[in-house]
Write a protein that binds this ligand. Structure first.
Ligand code: ADP
Ligand code: ZN
Ligand code: ZN
Length: 759
């Protein structure tokens, strides 16, 4: 075993990490291997002469009593281990090509920047199937499309009961589809597909020679869209663009045109073949729709998606298609940022402000930030798109580090932005969370057969149950949180640790039977609206109602087909969906974020409300947003009414600058938890003392309880370190982290989170 020194030096800023030239190694028989173990080291193994081994290949090695898969990272001439203790590589896995050097560099960067063991970074970047020692055999994944007979087939002539066949044909009308995509449609899709193939209506797409591609040019771009496309395509080398476009301004169309430009050969730029484009999206739920959409625009281009919802084999297969260069468009959630892409020449990050890009366990990376590093490393442009950019990105655009591209108009004429109205709930009677003007607005939509959406970001029936006699509250005995009342199954549930119990008949403290639900969740809202509008078809969309596989897809279809009048939804409904018949959005209880301890809460709320408001009036019908609040004059709501992201961002940035918060400082958060309350505090105090003793120019705060001080029987505390310069913070962390590793910590679990979003 041998401790590796940092292979990188920092030059000014983390985006300029440069690789130090490594000495040229003559090939010897010692290899350093990355393993999935929590140690910041590589492991030395010997390689027999007969073994063909290349850097980046997966190997099977003995580790302790086990055999594990690792990645060969570098040749070595000597080891700190006595030669008698060096074991040999058992097998080289040559089922897939070695990981390219570029990806290995990216993984090293992540390990350095996030101060996370390289082996764990490297192995977690691989699809799970490739972490397995059993060789991977790629199955031929087929893509299906309508035959010419299928294209002219009148669906009405199909017997009614062939529902699944009909669904497959409808899906393929939109463009070719993968077997996996079609299997999503129904459990009996394989049988139906077989029947359609036999009938000659569907055929297997031949893998074409993809040198050229057909591009379905659906819209003439608006001037603003064209300018955005031109700015990016003119860029040679790295450049980070922030595409700030209001909801419905046609950012997706900009992506499509950019892909078109980047996928075709451009001899004038020295590119004879086509390129590859990586599009990152925050939500797995959005990928099927987008996949479909991009397939229909690029019917001849191989596109794969990568997200955790795929079966292991399929994910490995898609990954390999990307690595071989066969897949030209790669669409994925944050993990896709680690896909090997030999021809990559553009990265797109949609909804770049979305917190889902930050992984909250293991390697706590921000896929957006890693994507920026990657674009810089490779020397290609990257576009971050959003209607409400993160303050970090906006600040970078203001300072000129990113280039700002703006879409200020909705793309479809005459669609305009919705009118936003605030109702002052201190002046209005409110029943079950609903005021009369909001109810009247819903009523008028019902009469006009238009849809309404009530946005309430709290699932369950009521956030807490209370005893009216003694004031007892339903608290989780394992957490510092309340048990949420779920009426349907008469349970009290903790949304933090999953604990649940039956609703008690009487107060556990005083025995009184008068237990009252306090506050409002989506289930209660559903009940209240149903009572008020008995004939309305109400659809609740939250994590509870969409738990079963396919449920969310089915609901989305219901909404599109006009089979729902009122939607009640959490943030699941806010993101990226286009419901043309939706003309009213009601926001019923947004104020919590205005006095939250989380300094990002207001930023998040504005983004959410802009998103959810953006669902209203997307097509030919005008939209309206009604917000019930006790603070109608709060700058957030003023900006929301004026659709003025820029002034809102300016307000927030001024506050952040004053208070010394990001993006004006860079933070690292050390969190610890333990069963005994004293343990995490003791650990963090020692960590703090070690930090102070270093005397480095960073601010070290005091040890404080976490925002959720107890969760699942673990007491939680944290320690914040920050600096106005990323470089100084990184220099500090580089010295501090080994000290942390050396602290006694048998009774605590601790993590270091760089650029934390959650506290
Ligand atoms: P965003 O992602 O910015 O919210 P979308 O890309 O979803 O917006 O576009 C909103 C709508 O505008 C879509 O229905 C899209 O087809 C349409 N659209 C986009 N660009 C144009 C254009 N140049 N001309 C006409 N319609 C367009
Ligand atoms: Zn009581
Ligand atoms: Zn709990």
């Amino acid at each position: 075993m041998c401790i590796r020194k940092n292979a990188y030096i920092v030059q000014g800023d983390w985006l300029n990490f440069t690789e130090m030239t490594r000495e040229n190694h003559t090939k010897t028989s010692l290899i350093r291997v990355a393993l999935d173990v929590p140690l910041s080291t590589l492991f030395d193994y010997s390689v027999s002469d007969a073994m063909q081994l290349e850097i980046g290949q997966r190997v099977v090695v003995p580790f302790g009593r086990k055999e594990v898969v690792g990645i060969a990272l570098e040749w070595a001439t000597q080891s700190e281990l006595a030669s008698s203790r060096i074991k040999s590589v058992l097998r080289v896995l040559d089922d897939v090509p070695p990981l390219p050097q570029e990806l290995l560099t990216l993984l090293r960067f992540c390990s350095d920047y996030y101060h996370y063991p390289l082996g764990m970074v490297a192995l977690s970047a691989l699809p799970a199937r490739l972490r397995d020692a059993a060789p991977f055999t790629a199955k031929q994944a087929l893509t299906y499309r309508l035959s010419s007979a299928g294209e002219v087939l009148d669906l009405a002539t199909l017997p009614k009961r062939r529902v699944v066949q009909r669904r497959i044909l409808q899906t393929l009308r939109l463009g070719p589809g993968s077997g996996a995509q079609l299997r999503e449609l129904s459990a009996s899709a394989p049988a139906a597909l077989k029947a359609l193939l036999e009938a000659g209506w569907v055929e297997v797409c031949a893998p074409s020679a993809r040198s050229a591609h057909v591009f379905q040019d659906a819209h003439a771009l608006t001037d603003e869209q064209q300018q955005a496309v031109d700015a990016v395509t003119r860029q040679s080398g790295y450049g980070c663009f922030l595409l700030h476009g209001i909801t419905g301004s046609g950012k997706t169309e900009v992506y499509v045109h950019l892909m078109h430009e980047m996928l075709r050969p451009r001899p004038e730029l020295g590119r004879r073949g086509g390129g590859q484009v990586l599009l990152l999206v925050p939500e797995i739920n959005l990928t099927p729709q987008l996949e479909h959409y991009f397939r229909s625009r690029f019917p001849d281009v191989e596109l794969v998606s990568l997200h955790s919802g795929l079966a292991e084999g399929e994910r490995a297969q898609n990954w390999l298609k990307a690595q071989s260069g066969a897949a030209r468009i790669v669409l994925g959630t944050r993990l896709a940022v680690f896909t090997p892409l030999p021809e990559l020449n553009l990265i797109l990050v949609d909804e770049e402000h979305d917190a889902s890009f930050k992984q909250q366990d293991g390697l706590r990376y921000s896929a957006r930030d890693v994507a920026i590093f990657r674009a810089n490393q490779r020397g290609v442009p990257i576009v971050l798109g959003s209607a409400t950019p993160s303050l970090e990105s906006w600040h970078n655009a203001q300072s000129g580090r990113y280039r700002l591209l703006q879409l200020t108009q909705r793309a479809v004429q005459p669609a305009t932005l919705p009118v936003v109205r605030c109702l002052d709930v201190t002046q209005l009677p409110v029943q079950e969370g609903l005021s009369e003007p909001l109810l009247a607005a819903i009523e008028s939509r019902l009469q006009r057969r238009e849809q309404s959406l009530i946005f309430l970001n709290r699932r369950g029936y009521a956030p807490v149950l209370m005893c009216t006699a003694c004031g007892w509250l339903s608290e989780c005995k394992h957490c510092a949180g309340k048990l949420v009342l779920h009426r349907k199954d008469r349970s009290l549930r903790c949304h933090h640790c999953g604990f649940q119990q039956r609703v008690p008949q009487a107060c556990p403290t005083c025995g009184d039977a008068d237990l009252k639900p306090v506050g409002l969740g989506t289930q209660r809202m559903e009940e209240a609206l149903q009572a008020r509008f008995p004939a309305a078809r109400i659809l609740r969309v939250d994590r509870d109602s969409t738990r079963s596989k396919g449920a969310w897809n089915a609901m989305r279809k219901q909404i599109h087909d006009g089979e729902a009048d009122i939607l009640i939804g959490t943030q699941m409904l806010a993101k990226g969906h286009d419901f043309p018949n939706l003309t009213l959005v009601g926001v019923v209880s947004p104020d919590g974020a205005l006095y939250s301890a989380d300094f990002r809460a207001a930023e998040k709320l504005f983004a959410q409300l802009t998103q959810v408001g953006g669902r209203a009036g997307r097509a030919d019908k005008a939209g309206e947003v009604i917000v019930q609040t006790a603070f109608p004059n709060h700058p957030l709501f003023q900006a929301l009414r004026a659709h003025d992201y820029a002034s809102w961002a300016q307000t927030l940035l001024a506050e952040r600058r004053m208070a010394g918060f990001p993006p004006f400082v860079y933070q690292a958060l050390l969190s610890a938890e333990g069963k005994q309350e004293s343990e995490p505090y003791r650990f963090l105090q020692q960590a703090r003392a070690a930090a102070l003793a270093l005397g480095m120019p960073v601010e070290v705060y005091g040890v404080v309880p976490a925002a959720m001080p107890k969760r699942a029987n673990h007491h939680r505390a944290q320690l914040l370190v920050q600096s106005e310069q990323r470089k100084l913070l990184q220099e500090f962390l580089r010295v501090w982290k080994p000290l942390l590793d050396a602290l006694p910590a048998s009774k605590v679990r601790w993590v270091l989170d760089i650029d934390p979003l959650e506290f």
